[in-house]
Write a protein that binds this ligand. Structure first.
Ligand SMILES: Cc1cc2nc3c(=O)[nH]c(=O)nc-3n(C[C@H](O)[C@H](O)[C@H](O)COP(=O)(O)O)c2cc1C
Ligand code: SF4
Ligand code: SF4
Length: 311
C-alpha cells in the first residue's frame, strides 16, 4: 500500500528595517520551494508521497506581528532572517524570538550585515532557533547596504548576491531533499520519525562565530573611547515633512508619532528604516558620535565582502 502524501511547507520569516534581509530571505525561500518541488514531486517519483507548498512569508518587522506566537511543526521549513546589530542578533528581538515554537521544523538561519562583520550573529541565531525546537540544516551570512549609510555596501544585495542566494537555495534544497527521500525509504518507522533521528544525528549546522558569544560590538572614537549611540534618534526637518505617515508605518519599534514624526518616543534601534523610506528626505541624524561612527565604517570597510554559506 502506498504512503499518504506528506506536505512540507516552505516559507521565509524575517525582521528587516531597510529591506535587505527581506530581499534575501524571500528569494531563498521562493527558490528553495521551487527547487524542492522539482526534486521531490512530479513524474517518475514513487506514488507522489511528498508535496512541497510555498507558504506566505512572515514579516515580523511591524511591532504588531511580534505580539503573536508562531507555532510550527515537523512539516515546516523556515528560512529565518535578521540583520546583524553590533555583531549580534538584535537584542530587542530576543523576547519575541524566545516565544517561537519550532516543534521539529527545519530552519535555515540567515543574517544580513553591512560589510563590517557578522561576528557572532549567525551562531547566536542558530542557537536560538535550536533552543526553540528547530533543526538548523543550512545557514548563511549575506551583505546588505549598511543601515547607516548610502555608500557602504551600496545597493546590496545586488545581482551578484542574488545569484549566490539562488545557488544557496539550490544547495540547501539538495540537502533537504536527500534527507526527506532517505526518511521516506525507511521501512521500520514512519518517515517523520526517521527524519527526526537523522536530524538529531546531524546536529546543528556548523557556522562561523565564537562561543561563548562575544559582547556587543562597541564603536570607538579617535582616542579609543566608546561612542554611545544608544539614545540617538532621528530628527525631523519640519519644512520638508508632508505628514504622509510612511515613517510611522515603517518603524519596527512603533516609536514615531503620526502627528509629529520629529518626536520619536520610546526605543529607536537606529535601523534607519524611517530615514531611508522618507520620500522628502525630512529625517536625518546629527549626533556627532553617530556621524563619526558612520564615516569610520565607510572609510574602514571599503573592500567588498562576499556571502558566507554553511551547509
Ligand atoms: C544599530 C545597527 C548596528 C549594526 N551593526 C552592524 C555590525 O556589527 N556589523 C555589520 O557589518 N553591519 C551592521 N549593521 C548593518 C546592518 O546589519 C545591515 O545594513 C543590514 O543589511 C540591515 O538589514 P535590513 O535592511 O534588513 O534592516 C548595523 C546596523 C544597525 C542599524
Ligand atoms: S515619511 Fe517623511 S514626509 Fe512622511 S511623515 Fe515621515 S518624515 Fe514626514
Ligand atoms: S525611529 Fe529609529 S527604530 Fe524607528 S524606523 Fe527610525 S531609525 Fe528605525
Amino acid at each position: 500500500m502506498g504512503r499518504a502524501t506528506a506536505i512540507y511547507r516552505v516559507r521565509g520569516m524575517y525582521f528587516s528595517g531597510t529591506g535587505t534581509t527581506e530581499k534575501i530571505v524571500s528569494a531563498v525561500a521562493g527558490n528553495m520551494a521551487a527547487e524542492l518541488a522539482q526534486r521531490l514531486e512530479g513524474p517518475g517519483r514513487e506514488a507522489a508521497t511528498l508535496r512541497i507548498e510555498k507558504a506566505p512569508d512572515i514579516n515580523f518587522t511591524p511591532p504588531k506581528a511580534r505580539e503573536q506566537v508562531y507555532r510550527f511543526d515537523e512539516h515546516d521549513i523556515i528560512v529565518f532572517g535578521v540583520p546583524v546589530i553590533a555583531g549580534r542578533v538584535p537584542n530587542v528581538l530576543l523576547p519575541f524570538l524566545n516565544t517561537l515554537e519550532g516543534d521539529g521544523a527545519m530552519a535555515v538561519p540567515v543574517v544580513l550585515y553591512g560589510n563590517r562583520n557578522f561576528d557572532d550573529a549567525l551562531i547566536e541565531l542558530r542557537d536560538i532557533l535550536e533552543e526553540q525546537g528547530f533543526y538548523t540544516v543550512a545557514a548563511a551570512a549575506f551583505i546588505g547596504e549598511h543601515s547607516f549609510s548610502r555608500k557602504l555596501a551600496a545597493g546590496r544585495p545586488d545581482e551578484k548576491d542574488m545569484a549566490v542566494a539562488e545557488s544557496f537555495a539550490e544547495q540547501t534544497a539538495e540537502k533537504i531533499a536527500g534527507l526527506l527521500q532517505e526518511a521516506q525509504a525507511g521501512q521500520m518507522l514512519p518517515p517523520e520519525a526517521v527524519l527526526n533521528i537523522m536530524l538529531e544525528d546531524l546536529g546543528p549546522v556548523e557556522v562561523e562565530g565564537e562561543q561563548p558569544l562575544r559582547p556587543y560590538y562597541k564603536p570607538r572614537d579617535r582616542k579609543g573611547n566608546h561612542i554611545n549611540i544608544l539614545k540617538v534618534k532621528p530628527k525631523l526637518d519640519k519644512e520638508k515633512c508632508t505628514l504622509c505617515g510612511i515613517c510611522v508605518d515603517v518603524c519596527p519599534m512603533g516609536s514615531i508619532r503620526a502627528e509629529a514624526p520629529g518626536e520619536v518616543s520610546g526605543i529607536c534601534i537606529k535601523c534607519c528604516g524611517c530615514e531611508k523610506a522618507c520620500p522628502e528626505g525630512a529625517l536625518y541624524f546629527d549626533d556627532p558620535g553617530y556621524l563619526y561612527h558612520k564615516e569610520e565604517l565607510e572609510l574602514g570597510y571599503p573592500q567588498r565582502k562576499e556571502p558566507s554559506l554553511f551547509l
